[in-house]
Design a protein around this ligand. Sequence first.
Ligand code: X2X
Length: 341
Amino acid sequence: MKQFTSRRDFLKTASAASLALAAGGWPGKSEAAEFVLKYANNLALTHPMNVRAAEMAKAIAEQSKGRVEIQIYPNNQLGGDTDMLAQVRSGAIDMFTLSSLTLGTLVPVAQISGMGFAFKDYDTVWAALDGDLGAHMRQEVQAKSTLFAFEKIWDNGYRQITNSARPVSSPDDLKGMKLRVPPSPLWTSMFKALGVSPTSINFAEVYSALQTGIVQGQENPLAIIYTGKLYEVQKYCSMTNHMWDGFWMLGNKKSFERLPKDLQEVIRVNVNAAGVRQREDVRKLNASLAGELKAKGIQLNDADHEAFHARLRQVRFYDEWHKKFGDQAWAILEKYSGKLS
Ligand code: X2X
């Protein structure tokens, strides 16, 4: 029989037992945690995001001595991104990793890191996102929503275009193609600028939309094309690197305010550490998957990056978004990207 060292311990065990009884049985070896946080995301269990999140949850349980349990709901189990965003805003879920661009449906400036051809390499990406650009975005999320973003953004990667119709090497090859983009005004605008009229579809429905031919193509980093098995329903992959994308780990402010400060700190440290490890995994995976995808029957080709970038300049895509984001945010972006228009 367990010795109760404090009244709180007693109450904790007693309430765990009564909960377990209510659920129809006694607890086994695990005791209910004092704080249970639900974390949801849109990616397959095999993607580095979920691998590192599982490690993160374990470390948080250990370091909080069992007081905090992070429950992970991967692979759109709780709904697509639009749904999950509504749930984390209301507090029905506590944590959610969302593409910065889709977060832009709520806090517009969050889209700024997805600007076409903004970051020439990963060093520039992390300088911007761990530096002033990321700080500006997080400040806006904090000020304009019920959410906050942890400091270290997780990686999605540089995006490539896949489709079932033909190899794409310049914007002209996209003409008339039915292409899916994630929900975000910037994404829609960028592909319109490249000459297609894209359809916004949550990632939860992308595989079936490609399979049934609702759309012919989509764009994503290789790690997602691979772990999401999109190679089963796509034929061509064009290495356009047209933009970089990352996932903010979002938290519901009220959910976290319930926790004592020391436990908030345990979570913060482990979330950021997992994010940094996940960046390294994703970078390596994206760099190594070309061969695997070819083995799955995907035809890979290089693209004329300059032709894509030039088209965006030519149709004044950058000027339009400079105006939308405003001079201040644009200046922070160009500090890292160099002059875009
Ligand atoms: O929806 C997508 O394409 C994905 C998985 O890359 C994002 O979450 C933006």
